[in-house]
Design a protein around this ligand. Structure first.
Ligand SMILES: Cc1cc2nc3c(=O)[nH]c(=O)nc-3n(C[C@H](O)[C@H](O)[C@H](O)COP(=O)(O)O)c2cc1C
Length: 185
């Protein structure tokens, strides 16, 4: 069982990364092979809308997204993590998401098949309901590309990876989410 995690924060050792790593620990505990990609540090262009992928299934753009398409295909399960930036996902995660367009066929079927996915979302604001509609919209967008969110782990108003690790309830939730992602429970 292969699990690939994609973190959309530009902070590779930030809050989102710390939670995603704990979800991965839960998956590894169930025997999964894991990989982690910091898309916030990569060069990923937005979709150029050339529409060539509708026929070929392949994106023509030559950048850091190229190997990630292969990782998405190889993985049995996915973890997506993003902080909220200005009421939505980060620009880096949005570029990654727009590029998933090439994985959607002409009849809106996913060329990836269906992949179970855990979503990690972090925010500065302490109200967990504040971005509910935006979170729902992200989940719907990923579903179009074949990424079925089975669980969302949300962290509010934490400022560092250290604070994440001190939050026993959050760590437990993240670990269990990783176990459930790869297991049958
Ligand atoms: C450019 C920018 C925009 C942000 N916009 C929001 C926002 O709209 N709402 C919010 O609650 N937090 C916002 N934040 C705070 C981050 O979502 C929060 O600090 C998050 O946990 C950072 O995750 P990271 O440590 O993984 O980068 C913003 C932070 C930055 C840098």
């Amino acid at each position: 069982m292969k699990v690939a995690a994609f973190v959309g924060s530009p902070r590779p050792d930030g809050v989102t990364d710390a939670i995603v790593r704990e979800v991965l620990s839960g998956a590894e505990d169930r025997g999964a092979d894991s990989s982690l990609f910091h898309i916030g540090l990569l060069h990923i262009m937005g979709c150029h809308a050339c529409m060539k992928c509708k026929k070929t299934g392949v994106c023509i753009l030559d950048d850091d997204m190229k190997p990630l398409f292969e990782e998405l295909k190889k993985a049995d399960c996915i973890i997506l993590g993003t902080p909220i930036y200005f009421y939505y996902m980060t620009a880096q995660m949005k570029a990654f998401t727009d590029r998933l367009f090439s994985l959607i066929g002409a009849g809106f079927e996913s060329r990836l098949g269906r992949k179970k996915t855990v979503f990690v979302v972090t925010q500065g604001a302490d109200d967990p309901e504040l971005f509910s509609s935006q979170i729902e919209s992200m989940i719907n967008a990923w579903c179009m590309a074949g990424l079925d969110i089975i669980e969302t782990v949300q962290a509010c108003a934490l400022e560092s990876a250290e604070e994440v690790m001190e939050d026993e309830e959050l760590m437990r939730q993240a670990f269990l989410a990783g176990q459930r992602l790869t297991g049958t429970d």
